[in-house]
Design a protein. Structure first.
Length: 625
């Protein structure tokens, strides 16, 4: 299934990558097209403007020629006919001016005719100029009307002038006509100038419109690239998620411990979901209570895993009952607001005081069976979104399977060893309560050390869980001690005592045999247990056994169990002695600080005398019952 999803995602990546490449190419082509279009439009608009400029030039030239003709003819009015005919030079000049006027007229006429059709010949090439002149159509029509009126005058030829003069027509009338033509010429000139300005404005508008369209298109393509890139990132993120989930499944198949799997989950999946704490609570056998069995957090959430560990809460007293019964996740994005709306619960105070502000809670299901819940919690509000729930739901089943596999396997193995340890205690005429008391004393010492930040590099949540789990195994090696030595009511001989001391060695050998399968798989499940069994009779000053270790060469777990074991032995009744009082045991610990006991551990016990007295008294009441 994972491989099929991977293939689909690879195809999707290829498709998105193709979209991005095509969009990028289109962006480049759009820029190139925009540049080409701007260059082309600029060139053509300039050519059109130049054409109208030429018309203005022709009109200006006509204006000058008409003015000059006016001056020449005005001078002729003061001459008689014979004198005019003798002035051939003036006639030639007049004739040339009239020819120039006619030539200018022809040029203007030709240009106006082609422009009215929306086309122009520029450099022998027909160009569509309608897009530049659309806003000037009325002006062009007006110019054509004015020009037609201008052309309605009789041709200004020398013969026409001679004929009028010879017929004694009034030269003043001719001059007046020329003056009128000149005025019309100026008006046409001004209209063409107006069109020129409109064409310039229109060309700028067209250029900007094309730019806007091109930029909008380019922006759409850029947005497409951006969205595609986001989708590509999401797909790659999904592939990374699948990869990490695959690794989790591989860890489970390789028989990694649950603690190792949870460490992997905590360190790996935080890039997909924001959290500072992960906690797991499991249902007891009767499905009535939730017991917190695991917790891990970062440096921002202090003490929460330790304070919550083994906390027992009736399911019916919590809002988790709905999560378990309906098998649906719950999101709390504002814990303070949520707590204000709910009845007071002590564990909620613990969670809030530790810094938790939001959480996702998911059921741990295997098939149709619910085994507990898992909490992903954050020190910020409003951080959890539907995609976070969706992702966590994909790994929830793997977590449940991993937990059940490891819990059943480890608890089956551990329960067998505990049963063996209880048999040893029973041989020694102990009820087995010693093992239970040992467990709680050892755990309390470890927790108090943690809260005081002593041995902070060694003590964490796993350390506390393991010392609670393995401290009852401390004397398991006594199973190999003969009854005549183990059960002897009197003082042991030197040889008998040496044999008794060997129970530490025997215990390690037993655990090594039991641990052989976990060592083969690269694990060492009973590592702490072996430290405790071998070294719980070592003394801080080096006078203990079996190896005469001293100080911090003795494993920390063994130093803690030494304190718990001796304290409980002093305050418990045995066949060969009566129980000492709590105060006498307390004085013994003070006297042997730095001798038998680790000074730091002794100080922890001394500073928390009230806690241990309360535990001692509670155990005594239970025993009396």
């Amino acid at each position: 299934m994972l491989n099929e999803n991977r293939i689909k995602l690879d195809r999707q990546i290829n498709k998105i990558t193709t979209y991005i490449l095509i969009s990028a190419i289109l962006v480049l082509l759009s820029f190139a097209s925009l540049q080409y279009s701007q260059i082309k439009d600029n060139k053509e608009s300039k050519q059109v403007i130049n054409i109208f400029g030429k018309q203005r030039m022709y009109l200006q030239k006509m204006n000058k020629d008409i003015n000059y003709l006016y001056i020449l003819l005005d001078n002729k009015t003061i001459l008689d006919i014979d004198m005019i005919r003798e002035q051939e030079i003036n006639d030639i000049v007049i004739n040339n001016k009239i020819k120039d006027i006619n030539q200018s007229q022809n040029e203007i006429t030709t240009t106006l005719n082609t422009i009215s059709k929306g086309q122009l010949f520029i450099n022998n090439k027909l160009i569509d100029v309608s897009r530049f002149t659309n806003g000037s159509n009325d002006d062009i029509k007006k110019i054509r009307t004015m020009w037609s009126k201008f052309l309605a005058h009789k041709d200004l030829t020398i013969d026409y002038l001679y004929e009028n003069i010879e017929n004694h027509n009034d030269m003043t009338s001719i001059i007046s006509t020329i003056r009128e033509l000149n005025e019309e010429n100026i008006e046409i000139y001004n209209q063409i100038e107006k069109i020129q300005n409109k064409i310039i404005t229109e060309s700028v508008r067209i250029a900007r419109s094309k730019e806007y369209i091109a930029y909008i298109f380019i922006m759409i393509l850029i947005i497409t690239i951006f969205i595609s890139a986001i989708q590509l990132k999401k797909v790659k993120n999904i592939i990374l998620q699948l990869h990490d989930i695959t690794l989790l499944i591989e860890n489970m198949n390789n028989n990694y411990s649950f603690d190792e799997n949870m460490e992997f989950i905590y360190n790996t999946f935080s890039k997909y979901v924001p959290y500072n704490y992960i906690g797991i609570a499991l249902l007891d056998e009767k499905k009535e209570n939730l017991i917190v069995r695991h917790g891990v957090s970062d440096h921002t959430i202090i003490g929460l895993p330790e304070r919550m560990l083994n906390l027992v809460t009736p399911v019916k007293d919590t809002s988790l009952d709905k999560i378990l019964s309906q098998s649906k996740p719950r999101v709390i994005n504002d814990l303070e607001k949520h707590l204000n709306e709910k009845p007071y619960k002590e564990y909620n105070d613990i969670i809030y005081e530790a810094g938790i502000r939001s959480s996702i809670t998911l059921p741990l299901d295997i098939g149709d069976e619910s085994i507990g819940v898992i909490f992903f919690s954050c020190n910020r509000t409003n951080v959890y979104k539907p995609e976070h729930v969706k992702f966590l739901s994909t790994i929830e089943n793997s977590i449940a399977i991993s937990m059940k596999q490891n819990i059943y396997k480890n608890e089956l193995l551990l329960s067998s060893i505990i049963a063996l340890a209880k048999m040893v205690e029973a041989r020694d005429e102990e009820t087995g309560d010693h093992l239970n008391r040992m467990k709680f004393y050892s755990k309390m010492i470890a927790e108090l050390l943690y809260y005081k930040k002593e041995y902070i590099k060694e003590i964490d949540n796993n350390f506390i869980k393991n010392i609670e789990k393995f401290s009852p195994l401390h004397d398991i090696g006594k199973v190999r001690i003969r009854d005549d030595i183990l059960l002897k009511p009197g003082k042991l001989t030197v040889d008998e005592f040496n044999e008794m001391k060997n129970h530490t060695i025997y215990g390690v050998e037993i655990l090594k045999v039991l641990d052989i399968n976990t060592i083969r798989s690269g694990k060492n499940y009973f590592s702490m247990a072996k430290d405790i069994v071998e070294s719980h009779h070592e003394k801080w000053d080096g006078s203990g056994y079996p190896n005469g270790k001293a100080g911090e060469d003795i494993p920390l777990s063994a130093r803690i169990v030494t304190m718990a074991d001796i304290f409980d032995a002093f305050t418990s009744e045995r066949p060969y002695k009566k129980a000492f009082s709590f105060d006498k045991a307390y004085e013994y610990i003070i006297d042997n600080k730095g001798k038998i006991f680790d000074p730091i551990i002794a100080d922890i016990f001394i500073e928390n005398k009230g806690i241990f007295r309360k535990m001692h008294d509670e155990f005594k009441l239970i025993q009396m019952k």
